[in-house]
Design a protein around this ligand. Structure first.
Ligand code: ATR
Length: 267
């Protein structure tokens, strides 16, 4: 019997999550498979209702459904409620349980790079779904101050109010300063655009970009040129995925297995 897992989103055809999970299951010695469920918005409700009937054991939830899925779940853990988004569904005894591992992915990515957020001045660019988990994580790690810039200012205000941050207008982004800068918008995805120029990155020590296609975004290229330590978008994807595997299987991967998956992800 092969247990079935997958990622639900739109689009998801190019997702790298199957690489993490199929290899993860194999290394854990499990007969489980992970696929992509590309579900268009008009079919979303029917697809979610079908999870139990199909016997699917767990799902990753991605753009644009991390908020929309919440009302269909039997239970949502406290952190996901606080963040306001679910990226992981665990099916347990026929019940759909919602979790959020994105914020854990952010924290692990910093930890594994030996970077402490505690007491730091942090700038977050963007106030969409991904930014929520980032700001939650940075707050949890006790950063000194979180400054949020977003194209739509009102969303920066709302996010800042929710978790305790300072909203700033988009046209002031070129004045941003601090120690750590985290890029959460879709700018740079499959393009050479960067939300900021190299002169801004010069003022920071660490730069993280959640975009991982291309892996070396223009934002990270500028950051590296200006001497920042850089954390690419695959790192968060990797660590949030490893946490999903743990929630689904209740097993932990060895350090060696983690290295194997990471190598495959970057191949
Ligand atoms: P995700 O879950 O990936 O964060 P999202 O919730 O749609 O997706 O958020 C996208 C983010 O990218 C938002 O902060 C959005 O800014 P707005 O709130 O103003 O829409 C930002 N974004 C997308 N395209 C952008 C662009 N061309 N310039 C600046 N910000 C952009």
């Amino acid at each position: 019997m092969y247990d079935v897992y997958g990622v639900i989103g739109y689009p998801v055809k190019h997702s790298l999550s199957p690489v993490i999970h199929n290899l993860g299951f194999k290394l854990l010695g499990l007969k489980s498979v992970y696929g992509t469920f590309e579900v268009s918005p008009e079919n979303f409700e029917q697809a979610v209702i079908g999870i139990k009937a199909l016997g699917i054991q767990g799902l990753s939830v991605t753009v644009p459904y991390k908020e929309r899925i919440m009302k269909y779940l039997d239970e949502i853990d406290k952190t996901s409620s606080e963040i306001g988004a679910v990226n992981t569904v665990v099916v347990e005894e026929g019940r759909l349980l919602g979790f959020n591992t994105d914020w854990i992915g952010v924290l692990r990515a910093f930890e594994e790079n030996g970077i402490t957020l505690k007491g730091k001045q942090v700038v977050v660019i963007g106030a969409g779904g991904a930014a929520k988990a980032v700001v939650y994580a940075v707050k949890k790690a006790e950063a000194k101050e979180i400054v949020i810039y977003n194209r739509t200012y009102q969303k920066a205000v709302e996010l800042a109010q929710k978790f305790g941050g300072v909203p700033k207008p988009w046209d002031e982004l070129n004045k941003a300063e601090g120690e750590i800068i985290i890029q959460t918008t879709s700018v740079g995805l499959n393009s050479k655009e960067s939300v900021v120029g190299p002169e801004v990155l010069l003022r920071f020590k660490v730069a993280m970009d959640l975009v991982y296609s291309p892996l070396k975004t223009t934002f990270l290229t500028y950051a590296e040129e200006k001497g920042c330590k850089v954390i690419d978008g695959l790192q968060m994807l990797f660590y949030q995925g490893i946490e999903q595997l743990r929630l689904w299987t209740k097993k932990s991967l060895s350090q060696e297995s983690l290295s194997i998956i990471q190598k495959e992800l970057y191949a």
